[in-house]
Ligand binder design. Structure first.
Ligand code: NAP
Length: 243
């Protein structure tokens, strides 16, 4: 089977690292981004060096119509999607409960949760037996991120539950659904919380006394997508340095 993977939010961070690892394994790669076309094009150039087919595809994954169009575009350019990495995610400025409002919470949920459902629905329309999906959640689903972003942590809890449900629902089609929960990883996401250096501050406090690199998460994603994980579905891998 020709392997065609779509990775949401692949212009930077964990998504970009995943695009490179999967290209090195021979996948055709669709690199989704929302705003940062220059970064997406850099990732595309790196992916093409592995001699695989690849494309970049702009879409805001919180917008259903844009997601539907994105999957049609990828099918036209690379063929039917066989693998999906639901990765695009956001958080907002660190705050306690009293700083939360409905607009913020709804934006977190539409980007981090609704998008994973809609992308998975569109992927499954193209997928066949042997296909696989990995959802990028967070250890925040278990720790709750008090006084930082409980709304973000709750959105990741929803992803964990979604993984369990859809793994069971799609099992008899032999479409596997698994989940990777990163801990603290060195990416730009911490700037959204208002603390770009959070990686350095919190890293020292962790069991391994450091945060992780995007590539360390990408390798776990790649294994769960691979045929080596053929009997794993509804499975979680924490990539969190012992946290
Ligand atoms: P990042 O460096 O901030 O990159 C986020 C990516 O998502 C970018 O490519 C961005 O694209 C894209 N994106 C954001 N909103 C989007 C939207 N509405 N539609 C399409 N693309 C969108 O983040 P990261 O740290 O790699 O995070 C990736 C995933 O890992 C997220 O789900 C995050 O929650 C999870 N995670 C991260 C950590 C960590 O410590 N870094 C820990 C646990 C879990 P543009 O730049 O083009 O807009």
């Amino acid at each position: 089977m020709k392997k065609v993977v779509l990775i949401t939010g692949a212009s930077r961070g964990i998504g970009a690292a995943t695009a490179k690892v999967l290209a090195s394994q021979g996948y055709s790669v669709a690199i989704n981004y929302r705003a940062n076309r220059d970064e997406a094009e850099k990732v595309l150039a790196q992916v093409l060096q592995f001699g695989v087919e690849a494309t970049i595809v702009q879409a805001d994954v919180s917008d259903e119509a844009q997601v539907v169009e994105m999957f049609q575009q990828v099918q036209r350019q690379l063929g039917s999607v066989t693998h999906l990495v639901n990765n695009a995610g956001i958080l907002k400025k660190q705050t306690s409960l009293l700083g939360l409002d409905a607009q913020r919470i709804n934006q977190i949920l539409s980007t981090n949760v609704t998008s994973y459902f809609i992308c998975t629905r569109e992927a499954v329309r193209q997928m066949s037996s042997g296909s696989a999906i990995v959802n990028v959640s967070s250890v925040a689903a278990k720790t709750g991120s008090p006084n930082e972003y409980v709304d973000y942590a709750a959105s990741k809890g929803a992803i964990d539950t979604m993984t369990i449900g859809l793994a069971k629902e799609l099992a008899n089609q032999n479409i596997r659904v698994n989940c990777v929960r990163p801990g603290l990883i060195e990416t730009d996401i911490h700037a959204l919380g208002g603390e770009p250096k959070r990686y350095e501050r919190v890293g020292k406090t962790l069991p391994m006394e450091r945060g992780g690199k995007p590539e360390e998460v990408a390798n776990a994603i790649a294994w769960l997508l691979s045929d080596e994980a053929s009997y794993s579905s509804g499975t979680f891998i924490d990539v969190a340095g012992g946290l």
